[in-house]
Each structure stands twice: as structure tokens, then as C-alpha cells.
Design a protein around this ligand. Structure first.
Ligand code: X2N
Ligand code: HEM
Length: 532
């Protein structure tokens, strides 16, 4: 007992220490481990109960330091938010793997976080360790915010009305090719009348074919029919919560992520060099747009590598959000097949005849409100991004001045919470596209005052219960593209098929939150019969 006995510890402590020391090794180790854990938990609990920080948003109770509420949040974020809101109100703090997250729920929370000053709250500091290894260097969150604002402006040149007019036929062609050839649908058998489609395989495939063809042109699209597709899969496996929590681990998936990023970036750079060499720069896609417009206000030009990496980032972002939205939409429509007939009727009216004879155009989509409402309602019930984050750079007061949020904490906005709150949406659990006939919340706050952060006008206020595309300087630029892509796919799907959920399944499944985006648990099957 050398050291211990020389410091004159109280009698019971010495007795316990002597007792533990005398135990055989196989028992001593677990006793020490659990003893240590017990003390850590006790100190953590006492610290929360005895020394709450009254000037900071209340801390959600947790047993273990560092881990905090990571597991509850990670598995069921909305249940966790609802529970915390009930107990602590709209503003509260929770610990997630050593980070202090301040959640601010509701429309005023949306406004507080989306419209925070850049000097106060910073997106890149919250996201870059996840996104930079996947997208590559120099773009999105791996550059100063002024650069991102200009990158968004450059990219918008590939997301214009003229571009969408070209994209609609491209998406329809990709749909037709996929429907005919993919084993998830007709599998090459034109006479096949019924079948089952695993959405969690088919929607990511269809989305990558349509998005890459529209945004990156035929060269990149054709690569997805080759072994290149595996590289993209490897990259995708680097965009998960595990990568967010641990950006660098010595695991095969991390090595494959880094190798895939380098190879894909090189392939894009080769395409850029080839187009430049052949003087073949037009207005086809995002590569052309960035080659033409990619000069910052201070005269600095985007390098080929940066153009390549911005393409990777935008494709990756659009891929996850659109494919999950498509999967959820098909499940909801499978649960309410009568909606498919309404969509089909709307399609026939918009094209003015048999949609198998008259090809769909971008102009037709403007006269197909039910299609847009169906996308809207899917984004309300299954908003892809349940968590929006910022890192606090300077202490911030909450609007009521009740709390100060210290620098180093993170802000967490959950725009999905008001979207499923009965205060804003009657019967919020119900999937009802027609509610948008009367509900006028718009995701671009039309009618509001506008502001330009460098990439075009966006609504100034974010005090809205419906913000699936965010707001403020980080607002999405892909909204219209997503609507065009998703609406074109549903229109084609209702033209060709009628479908239901699998026999015996009556409800749309609960989301799985263990990936970056709230996804239906695979395979997420639908059963179909041919309409045409
Ligand atoms: C370990 C459960 O799983 O116990 F992509 F060009 C491209 C959004 C980043 C959300 C991170 C943490 C979940 C821990 C679960 C582009 C199109 C974008 C926009 C705990 C035990 C990227 C990280 C979510 C933490 C959840 C958003 C996207 N438009 N795409 N325990 O980035 O926009 C882009 C933009 C992020 C997150 C989490 C856990 C432009 C567990 C079990 C396990 N989150 N998450 N985009 N957790 N467990 C994007 C903004 C940006
Ligand atoms: C930003 C949602 C599709 C490109 C965002 C944000 C949200 C969002 C919520 C704000 C993130 C934040 O504040 O941290 C969605 C949804 C989509 C979708 C729900 C589909 C249903 C797309 C597509 C593209 C795209 C198709 C590209 C073509 C971007 C970009 C940003 C962004 C470039 C800006 C990031 C920033 O400034 O920090 N999106 N998105 N998104 N999105 Fe999307």
C-alpha cells in the first residue's frame, strides 16, 4: 500500500483499497473498471444536478460524459427532440460525443440558426471534416465562405430554365432505359406485366444516372455503366455518420474513400482538359458552367481540380437527397394508389393527350401542381436532412437574451420538427398532397423581403415552419433541379405502372436514421402492374 498509506487516507477508503488489492487479478480488473466507471458517472451526474449553468440553455440529462445522448439522438432524432422539447422547451443543450450541441426548435429556432451572422456561426467548421475527404479540397466547406457563395453562383448557371428544358427529356430517356433494362424493373423483358422493385436499390441507381447525365454530361454518365460505378460506391461509403464522428480511421472503407476521391477527381479533370483542348465548351452541364464562369470576383480562377471537386460535391449532395425523396414518395404513393390515378390524370391533361405519344417537357411541369404538391408533401413528411449544424465562433445570445451560447458549442437546427407539428400542419402524420392547395407556406418565403449573399436573391426571414431547403447564406441551390428531377420521374412512373406496397404491408415503414439521411429500411419494395 506504499503510496496510499503514506497520505493518511480515511479508514474506509484504505479498507476498500486493501480489499481490492488483495483480489485475484481476474476479479481485480473488472472491479477496478466498474469502480472507475461508477465514479465517473457519479461525478457527471452530480455536476449536472449541483452546478447547472444557469446562463446557458438547459443541459439534457445524461449518465455518461462525452457519449452524452449520442445513442438516443443517433437512433431516433425526432423522438429525442420531442422528448427534450417537452422537458426543457425549444432551446436546450445535449452532449454528443464530446461536442456540446445547442438545439433550437421551431420557426424562431430556424431563423436564429439559418440567419446567424457568419462571424457568429460557421457551417464549414461543423461539416468540413466529413465533406472534405469525400468531395476533395478547395471547394464547398474547404474554402472561405466568400468562395462558397461564388461557387453557388457559378453552379446556378447550370440550373436555369434553359437547362431544365434540356434536362426533362434526358431524365425521361434515362427512366425509359432503366425501366427496360434494369433487373429491378423489366430486366430486358418488354412483355413483363407485373413485378417487384426494391426501391432502395432502384432509386439510387436511377438518380445517379439522371443526375450525372444532366449535371455532368454524357462522358461522366457513360462511366456509370463501367467499373467506375464501384468507385462511386466506395466514395459514398465515406459519407456516413461514422465518418462524421471519426474523420480518419485506419479502416479499409476510409482508404477506399480516399482512393475513390482521387480517381474520380482525376477522371473529371481529364474531361475538363479534353473539353478545353478541343475548344468544346458549351452550355450543356455543370462542367461547362464552371469552365465558363469559374472566375472569382478578385480575378482568381477555379483550378481544374476545384471544378472537378465541386462537381463531386454537388453530385453527392443531390444524389442522397433526391434518391431518398424518390423512395419515400413511391412508398407513400404505394400506400395510397388512388393518388397515382390523380397524377396520371393530371399528366394526361398537361400534355393534352396520351403521354405515351406526347413527350413530357419542362413547360408541362408548370401545369402539374399535384406532382409538385406530392414532392412538397414528401419533403414535409420525410425531409432528407434532419440535422443542420453550425459551430459557434463568438458567444451568441438567444433572441430573448435569456441565454448565452459559448464559442465552441455547436448549433443544431431541425427544420423537420415544425414540419411534423400539428400547430402548423393539421393531422401532420397524414400524407396528403392536397393540403398544399390551401396551405401557403412556401419554402422560398415568396412575398418576404429578399437578400443576396452572392448567389442570387433568397428570402430574408427564416421564420417559417416549412424549410426543407434551409435558408440564409447556406440555402440550397438545388431545389428547382430536385423538383424537376423528381417530378419527371414520378410522371414517367405513373405513365408506365400502378403499384402498391407489398402484400400484407399497409403502412409506410419508419425511417432508419443510421445513415446521413433518413432512409426507408432496405429493400423497401413495391409491387407493380403495367399501366401501358
Ligand atoms: C455510434 C445509433 O449513429 O448508437 F452534401 F455540394 C453537398 C448534415 C453533415 C448532417 C453531418 C451523428 C447521426 C451521430 C448519428 C453540397 C444536398 C451538401 C444539401 C451517434 C453509435 C452537406 C452528422 C447528421 C451527425 C447526423 C450537411 C447536404 N443539399 N445535399 N451514435 O452536412 O448540405 C452537400 C451541401 C451534414 C450531418 C449523426 C450519430 C452542398 C450514431 C448508434 C450510433 N450529421 N449525424 N446537401 N450517432 N450512433 C450538404 C449541407 C451539409
Ligand atoms: C444546401 C436540402 C437537393 C445543392 C442545402 C441545405 C438544405 C438542403 C437543408 C442547407 C444546409 C445548411 O444550411 O447547412 C436539400 C434537399 C434536397 C436538396 C431537401 C432535395 C430534395 C440538392 C441538389 C443540389 C443541392 C439536387 C445540387 C444540384 C446544395 C448546395 C447547398 C445546399 C450547393 C449549399 C450548401 C451551403 O451553402 O452550405 N440543401 N437539398 N441540393 N444544397 Fe441542397
Amino acid at each position: 500500500m506504499g503510496v496510499l498509506s503514506s497520505i493518511n487516507l480515511p479508514e474506509p477508503v484504505v479498507a476498500v483499497a486493501d480489499y481490492v488489492t488483495a483480489l485475484p487479478l481476474g476479479i481485480k480488473i473488472p472491479v477496478l473498471f466498474f469502480g472507475f466507471l461508477f465514479v465517473v458517472v457519479l461525478l457527471n451526474v452530480l455536476n449536472q444536478l449541483l452546478f447547472p449553468k444557469k446562463n446557458e440553455p438547459p443541459m439534457v440529462f445524461h449518465w455518461f460524459p462525452i457519449i452524452g445522448n449520442a445513442v438516443t439522438y443517433g437512433m431516433e432524432p425526432y423522438k429525442f427532440f420531442d422528448y427534450c422539447r417537452e422537458k426543457y422547451g425549444d432551446v436546450f443543450t445535449f452532449v454528443m460525443l464530446g461536442k456540446k450541441m445547442v438545439v433550437y426548435l421551431g420557426p424562431s429556432g430556424n431563423d436564429f440558426i439559418f440567419n446567424a451572422k457568419h462571424a457568429d456561426a460557421c457551417a464549414e467548421e461543423a461539416y468540413k471534416h466529413l465533406t472534405t475527404p469525400v468531395f476533395g479540397e478547395g471547394v464547398i466547406f474547404d474554402c472561405p465562405n466568400e468562395r462558397l457563395m461564388e461557387q453557388k453562383k457559378f453552379a446556378k448557371a447550370a440550373l436555369t430554365r434553359e437547362a431544365f428544358q434540356r434536362y426533362v427529356p434526358i431524365i425521361t430517356k434515362e427512366f425509359n432505359d432503366y425501366m427496360l433494362s434494369s433487373p429491378t424493373m423489366l430486366g430486358g423483358d418488354k412483355s413483363k406485366q407485373t413485378g417487384v422493385t426494391p426501391l432502395m436499390q432502384a432509386m439510387p441507381e436511377l438518380t445517379i444516372f439522371t443526375a450525372s447525365h444532366c449535371l455532368q454530361g454524357e462522358e461522366v454518365r457513360s462511366q456509370f455503366d463501367t467499373s467506375f460505378a464501384q468507385l462511386y460506391t466506395d466514395l459514398d461509403h465515406g459519407f456516413t455518420p461514422l465518418n462524421f464522428v471519426f474523420p480518419h480511421l485506419p479502416l479499409p472503407s476510409y482508404r477506399k474513400r480516399d482512393e475513390a476521391q482521387r480517381k474520380i477527381s482525376r477522371l473529371y479533370q481529364d474531361i475538363i482538359e479534353k473539353r478545353r483542348k478541343n475548344n468544346d465548351i458549351q452550355d450543356r452541364d455543370l462542367i461547362d458552367a464552371l469552365m465558363k464562369n469559374g472566375t472569382y470576383r478578385d480575378g482568381v480562377k477555379m483550378t481544374d481540380k476545384e471544378i472537378a471537386n465541386l462537381n463531386i460535391g454537388i453530385l453527392m449532395g443531390g444524389q442522397h437527397t433526391s434518391s431518398s425523396t424518390l423512395s419515400w414518395m413511391f412508398l407513400h404513393l404505394g400506400a395510397q394508389p388512388e393518388l397515382q390515378d390523380k397524377l396520371y390524370e393530371e399528366l394526361c391533361n398537361a400534355v393534352g393527350g396520351d403521354p405515351n405519344e406526347i413527350p413530357l417537357t419542362y413547360e408541362h411541369l408548370a401545369n402539374m401542381p399535384l406532382h409538385a404538391y406530392t414532392v412538397r408533401e414528401t419533403l414535409r413528411t420525410h425531409s432528407p436532412l434532419h440535422t443542420i449544424m453550425r459551430k459557434v465562433m463568438r458567444p451568441m445570445f438567444t433572441p430573448d437574451k435569456k441565454y448565452v451560447i459559448p464559442a465552441g458549442h455547436y448549433l443544431l437546427a431541425a427544420p423537420g420538427v415544425p414540419m411534423r407539428d400539428s400547430r402548423y400542419f393539421a393531422d401532420p402524420e397524414k400524407f396528403d398532397p392536397y393540403r398544399w392547395d390551401v396551405t401557403k407556406y412556401s419554402s422560398d418565403g415568396s412575398g418576404d423581403e429578399k437578400i443576396d449573399y452572392g448567389y442570387g436573391l433568397v428570402s430574408k426571414g427564416a421564420n417559417s415552419p416549412y424549410l426543407p431547403f434551409g435558408a440564409g447564406r447556406h440555402r440550397c441551390i438545388g431545389e428547382q433541379f430536385a423538383y424537376v428531377q423528381i417530378s419527371t420521374v414520378i410522371a414517367n412512373m405513373v405513365r408506365c405502372f400502378k403499384w402498391t406496397l407489398p402484400e400484407g404491408q399497409f403502412a409506410v415503414p419508419e425511417p432508419d436514421y443510421s445513415s446521413m439521411i433518413a432512409l426507408p429500411p432496405p429493400p423497401a419494395t413495391i409491387q407493380w402492374v403495367r399501366r401501358m
